[in-house]
Design a protein. Structure first.
Length: 119
């Protein structure tokens, strides 16, 4: 079992920045690929970014490429999402998720943190 707790959300003006954190507890953090998803009101949850267990490989949705950066600190059991040049369309609840290495399903999810970008 892995427990995930997100923090760092809030209200920011367009063009601003926020840094989200996801603290993990439970089994070995480095055994998991970590990802961020988001869900805007009335829309389905969508993939934002993922990072491999080592931090070497990262993937981004086209909508956030060049603006968002994912990173992880395995010593602190934490994954981060640095969000720059925020747009109103980035407004959503952001979720952290963990996928065991060798599987293709994100088994563990945090409770989410709200990000609101005002125009």
């Amino acid at each position: 079992q892995v427990q995930l707790v997100e923090s760092g959300g809030g209200l920011v003006q367009a063009g601003g920045s926020l840094r989200l954190s996801c603290a993990a507890s439970g089994r070995t953090f480095s055994s998991y690929t970590m990802a961020w998803f988001r869900q805007a009101p009335g829309k389905e949850r969508e993939f934002v970014t993922s990072i491999s267990w080592s931090g070497v490989s990262t993937y981004y949705a086209d909508s956030v490429k060049g603006r968002f950066t994912v990173s992880r600190d395995n010593a602190k059991n934490t994954v981060y999402l640095q969000m720059n040049s925020l747009k109103p369309e980035d407004t959503a609840v952001y979720y952290c998720a963990a996928r065991p290495i060798g599987t293709n399903k994100y088994d563990y999810w945090g409770q989410g943190t709200q990000v609101t970008v005002s125009s």
